[in-house]
Design a protein around this ligand. Structure first.
Ligand code: KG4
Ligand code: ZN
Length: 361
């Protein structure tokens, strides 16, 4: 099985060919990701219109490069899989329309993929993980804990009621005058800071509600920064370190609850695993906290390579293979309309009272 995957839901234009032959491990034959960070940096965040235009300009070349790199011709591909949501609708339209055109011209089936499903199934591509397992997705757009029970069978156990975690890092960086994208720069500054100087809140810690919240923490950071302005480099480092410690602590509390719930719901699962995905999973303080939690709770900690944790098209191609293999390619994808919001779990209702960007999924 060979599937061409296309990803354009945010600020990466990506295409990839993934193959699965018999019982051997899947192979990523090509994985091209063009980041638009430079286009958006001046604005301190992703500008949807700029993103959509950049996808239009780049996608044809990226698809050609992915096919060339894989040494697989379009004829030899079994299906075309494209992200159809959730995400920025301009980019989704570019990716899905391109995929529809390629599929129609080459007479191949088209599979519309939920971007979150791509993240959810990546650990099976990289580590051959068996269902069920727990997924923590922490990116610029999403903060969720999902029980991954099978292909197309996901249950969201927690989501954010306001900002995504990556967004909280990015906004904190912006407040402190650090460049975009904020996460890596906050982590860098935090390395020389004192994490105990500011006692920032640990949002939702101890709450029976399983969800996340980060906007109160962001406000606390703003107030602390304003109170001691102008900020020295050491002030910035101390704020970053204290912010990161608060985030790791709050996140750890939420994840610990989910691990306990997983044990309860899947008591027969031998070797339960927590998988992390999303750009924030690169953060070493956060990773360290999660690793410690997992080892305490007897869970394997699975962190796919960073290149496959952040947005890419190999995960979309792989989700296409999983769906082909399971015989669930979904509704007639040629008629599929891109969905800016598309919950992975159609049962868990969107959160009431969700913030400015709403419950993304
Ligand atoms: O998964 P991703 O590359 O893209 C999407 O959001 O879809 O995640 C990007 C997010 C950004 O908010 C970025 O600031 C954050 O991940 N990030 C980090 C780190 N590296 C990236 N956050 C904290 N620490 C890091 N080292
Ligand atoms: Zn993503």
């Amino acid at each position: 099985m060979r599937v061409l995957g296309i990803e354009t839901s945010c600020d990466e234009t990506a295409a990839s060919v993934v193959a699965l032959d018999g019982c051997s491990a899947p192979k990523i034959l090509s994985n091209i990701v063009l980041s638009q960070i430079e286009e958006h940096a001046a604005f301190g965040g992703v500008v949807p219109e700029i993103a959509a235009r950049a996808h239009v300009e780049a996608l044809d070349g990226i698809v050609e490069a992915a096919l060339a790199d894989s040494a697989v011709s379009l004829d030899e591909v079994d299906a075309v899989a494209a992200t159809a949501g959730p995400g920025l609708v301009g980019g989704l339209i570019v990716g899905l329309m391109t995929a529809k055109a390629i599929a129609a011209a080459a007479n191949k089936p088209l599979i519309a993929i939920n971007h979150l499903e791509g993240h959810a199934l990546t650990a099976r591509l990289t580590d051959g993980l068996e269902f069920p397992y727990l997924l923590l997705l922490v990116s610029g757009g999403h903060t969720q804990i999902v029980a991954v029970r099978g292909v197309g069978d996901y249950q969201r156990w927690a989501t954010t009621i306001d900002d995504a975690l990556g967004e909280a890092f990015d906004k904190t960086a912006k407040m402190l005058g650090l460049p975009y994208p904020g996460g890596p720069n906050v982590e860098k500054a935090a390395a020389s800071g004192d994490a105990r100087r500011f006692a920032f809140p640990r949002p939702m810690k101890g709450s029976a509600q399983p969800d996340f919240s980060f906007s109160g923490l962001k406000t606390a950071v703003r107030q602390a920064a304003t109170a001691i302005a102008p900020l020295s480099d050491q002030d910035v480092a101390d704020i970053c370190a204290s912010f990161q410690a608060a985030v790791a602590d709050a996140l750890g509390d939420r994840v610990a609850r989910a691990l306990a719930r997983f044990r309860q719901e899947f008591p027969d699962k031998d070797k339960p695993a927590l998988v992390v995905a999303g750009g924030v999973a690169a953060n070493r303080t956060i990773k360290g906290t999660l690793e410690a939690l997992c080892s305490e709770a007897g869970f394997a900690f699975v962190a796919p390579p960073q290149k496959l944790c952040t947005d890419n098209a190999a995960m979309i191609a792989w989700a296409g293979i999983e769906r082909l293999r399971a015989g669930i390619v979904g509704e007639n994808a040629a008629d599929f309309v891109p969905r800016s919001r598309w919950p992975l779990d159609s049962v868990s209702a969107p959160l009431v009272g969700s913030g400015r960007r709403g419950a993304k999924a």
